[in-house]
Design a protein around this ligand. Structure first.
Ligand code: AOF
Ligand code: ZN
Length: 350
């Protein structure tokens, strides 16, 4: 299908996407953004947003321009994967930088849905005589900032459900830890752990599997771990409590103190609104993404209360014959991948 944009525009916007992705895992709750400055078909500067509170992609791209190329800025175009910001947040507005450097043309993929921006950045540039083209590869641009869009529009983290099931539909077996998928799938899950802010499991999973929930097989950071412990009686020697890395213990009534400082205890009533209230608390703490890794009961609660945005479901190559049935999701998968003998299906909710 012809988009109405030139091959050249799409090429440089794609380069901006690639740059943006370099901040996978460190941008949320802010968006991943990339910027490319082009003078006569030559890239003279590029940059990306490196993480919360740091300078924006446009600033880094302008800084990246060599001394001898600075003279060309007034005849260049800047390609940005997201609409430039127009307000003072942690950093000054990128629209001011564009006006100050007198770059005459801005090409954008998609709008920044942050309420203060939301088209106002484009408007301001146009009012000041800058030519603005927007909507280049917009669908891809939207996908790139979907966590941020969810964060500002729904005021709740982007919830990703993840589980693995056997060929005959079981997620595991009572009172023992079974492994269903292959090593490549495991590495992929660790990559996901490096990309999200927080990861969560229910009480039974914590007790039975004693998971670490860290990222050990991929580069990048560990997520904040969250465990439900209604009765405040999960053993203190579980990895989640004893390894020194941050964990939030969600309980109904705090009855003990942990010797290690890594455990933050949070009291929330375990009523019908538990998950909703927890998501609200996570949003207040600027957590933009939450990966829910089990067990079946917790995953099903997220599904039943329609509190999820995406599900990543592995089907391994094993039969378990009996055990705990996998949760039921009633939407059809958007994407399907083979990972050696495993199948990964990705579901989007709405
Ligand atoms: C841009 N370029 O590279 C990024 C943008 O002050 P902050 O860092 O908290 O930024 C807040 C606003 O900037 C907000 O609208 C967010 O979506 C946007 N992020 N904007 O022009 C960038 N990362
Ligand atoms: Zn900005």
């Amino acid at each position: 299908m012809k988009s109405g944009f030139s091959k050249k525009q799409e090429l440089y916007i794609r380069r901006a996407f690639d740059l943006a992705r370099l901040s996978e895992g460190s941008a949320v709750p802010n968006p991943m953004v990339g910027a490319v400055i082009v003078f006569q078909n030559r890239i003279i500067g590029e940059g990306y947003f490196k993480g919360f509170g740091k300078s924006h992609a446009e600033v880094n791209a302008v800084t990246n321009v060599k001394e001898e190329d600075r003279q060309y800025l007034t005849q260049s175009e800047i390609y940005v994967s997201l609409e430039p910001c127009n307000f003072f947040g942690k950093t000054p507005p990128c629209t001011s930088l564009i006006l100050k450097t007198k770059i005459p043309r801005v090409i954008i993929s998609t709008i920044d849905k942050t309420p203060q921006v939301s088209g106002n950045g484009i408007e301001l540039l146009r009012q000041n005589g800058v030519e603005v083209i927007t909507g280049v590869l917009e669908k891809d641009g939207d996908e790139l900032v979907k966590y941020r869009t969810n964060y500002v529009e729904r005021e709740s983290p982007f919830v990703i459900l993840k589980y693995a099931k056997s060929k005959d539909g079981f997620i595991g077996q009572e009172n023992k830890s079974v492994w269903i998928t292959n090593h490549f799938s495991k590495i992929l899950v660790h990559k996901w752990r490096s990309e999200i802010n927080a990861i969560m499991v229910g009480t039974n999973t914590a007790r039975q599997d004693n998971p670490k929930l860290t990222n050990r097989l991929y580069f990048g950071k560990n997520p904040l771990r969250i465990v439900l412990d209604r009765r405040d009686d999960l053993p203190e020697d579980l990895h989640l409590f004893s390894d020194g890395l941050p964990t939030w213990q969600i309980t109904e009534n705090i009855t003990r103190t942990f010797s290690k400082k890594n455990v933050i205890q949070i009291e929330i009533p375990f009523d019908d609104f538990l998950l909703k209230n927890l998501l609200k608390k996570l949003h207040e703490e600027k957590i933009g993404t939450l990966l829910v890794e089990g067990g079946a009961k917790l995953l099903q609660s997220f599904i039943d209360q329609n509190l999820w945005q995406e599900a990543r479901i592995f089907e391994g190559n094993k039969y378990l014959k009996n055990g705990i049935l996998a949760p039921q999701i009633s939407v059809t998968p958007n994407e399907e991948f083979k990972i050696e003998n495993d199948t990964l299906k990705i579901f989007q909710n709405g």
